[in-house]
Design a protein around this ligand. Structure first.
Ligand SMILES: [Zn+2]
Length: 392
């Protein structure tokens, strides 16, 4: 096993300039959700050139792809490395997905060298639109993960945490339709849609007091509130994010938020409608796999801040939905402990000296952990067992 791990580590080193170039190209050409055409092209070209079979536009998403290394083995496990490559509007790669995409490709190209000697299959799945698009939710629904046994990806962060969870999230749009009228001459004829939205916010504020302590966050913004004060607003719209540690409670809170809006509709006479943007499930990290990843990371000399299950990263990610379908890990690797996420500083750090280090360590540790899974059947069984027991 050590022999294989040495090969993949050396292999990542030997292709590092290509990986740095890929990461920097992504940085200089940030593309937002489902518009990642250049990114998908660059990643797939590299994989194809190295003999991977590439399917583009999978799951109905133009910028998604699956690259399979064809070693003609029907044996398990099939390990999938997830590549993200979408950027944030205006902020560029402020979530450092340029490192995520490049590290998945780096690990895959390194593993390719030894795959003919191993039992199992390798995939790189390009998952677009993590930021606000829920690309992986769509890919899970389309059955893209049905042929996969294990999923791994890494995420840069301001700490190193092996088995971090994420929050569940429901995003909902709420619209009210009322009746316009002159606000002063014919106010008795009007139905004020903005008043309904304001009452919804008041209801949600009252609701907060009765949510499980430390278990729910409900934040909303008004995206349309009317045009002129001289006309009764006949249309208003808001968007709410509900975030909780698990999807069941998220759905419960959503029902209560919905009741607030329905109550506001009764109070004002406006008509209410809801637009669901789908749900992100909480990420359940596979701890046996996270431990294996941690051992490899340690061997590379990376210090680990949070070795066990860690619930302190309060984000939601579409990788959560993948973790409900397949044993999954998404360890965080520290880029710079002073960074505040989703800021221009993160984007700049992704192309710094530290960004290069995180990319190389991520690619190496991913490849080493894949070797563990291919060679150590006991680990594979343990990972599967944990997944089944956690789902029950
Ligand atoms: Zn991210």
């Amino acid at each position: 096993m050590e022999k294989y791990k040495n090969v993949v580590v050396n292999q990542v080193e030997s292709i590092k300039e290509d990986l740095f170039k890929l990461k920097e190209n992504l940085y200089h050409n940030p593309e937002t959700k489902f518009e990642e055409f250049k990114a998908a092209k660059w990643l797939t070209e590299l994989l194809e050139k190295e003999g991977f079979k590439v399917e583009r536009g999978i799951g109905g998403l133009d910028t998604a792809f699956r690259a399979t290394f064809p070693n003609f083995s029907s044996k398990s496990p099939t390990v999938a490395l997830l590549a993200e490559y979408d950027a944030l509007p205006k902020l560029g790669h402020a979530c450092a997905h340029n490192i995520i995409g490049s590290s998945a490709v780096g690990a895959a190209l390194a593993l390719k060298q030894i795959m003919p000697d191993l039992e199992g299959n390798l995939q790189v799945i390009g998952t677009p639109g993590e930021e606000g698009g829920g690309g992986k939710v769509i890919l899970v629904k389309a059955g893209i993960f049905d042929s996969v046994d294990i999923v791994m990806m890494v995420h840069p962060w301001n700490m190193t945490a092996l088995a971090a969870t994420s929050l569940a999230r429901v995003k909902v749009g709420i619209e009210f339709r009322g009746k316009s009228a002159h606000s002063f001459a014919h106010q008795e004829q009007g139905i004020n849609a903005l008043a309904a939205t304001i009452q919804t916010f008041n209801g949600v504020n009252a609701l907060r007091e009765h949510l499980k302590p430390h278990h729910a966050m409900v934040h909303g913004v008004i995206i349309h509130g009317g045009e002129f004060a001289v006309t009764v607003p006949d249309y208003s719209a808001s968007v709410f994010f509900i975030m909780t540690p698990d999807i069941q409670y998220c759905r419960e809170v959503f029902k209560k938020v919905k009741s607030c809006a329905e109550g506001a509709a009764i109070m004002t006479g406006a008509e209410v409608s809801f637009h669901s943007y789908g749900e992100l499930k909480e990420l359940i990290p596979n701890q046996a796999l996270a431990e294996a990843f941690g051992r490899n990371l340690k061997e590379l000399g990376v210090e680990i801040d949070k070795p066990g299950l860690f619930e302190g990263i309060l984000c939601a990610t579409d990788a959560g939905n993948v973790s409900h379908a397949v044993p999954t890990i998404q360890p965080y690797i520290c880029l710079d402990k002073n960074l505040v996420w989703h800021t221009p500083e993160v984007a700049r750090a992704s192309v710094s000296k530290e960004g290069k280090e995180v990319l190389l360590n991520s690619a190496k540790a991913l490849a080493m952990t894949a070797v563990d899974l291919y060679v150590n059947k006991e680990l594979f069984e343990k990972v599967k067992k944990e997944f089944i027991s956690r789902k029950l």
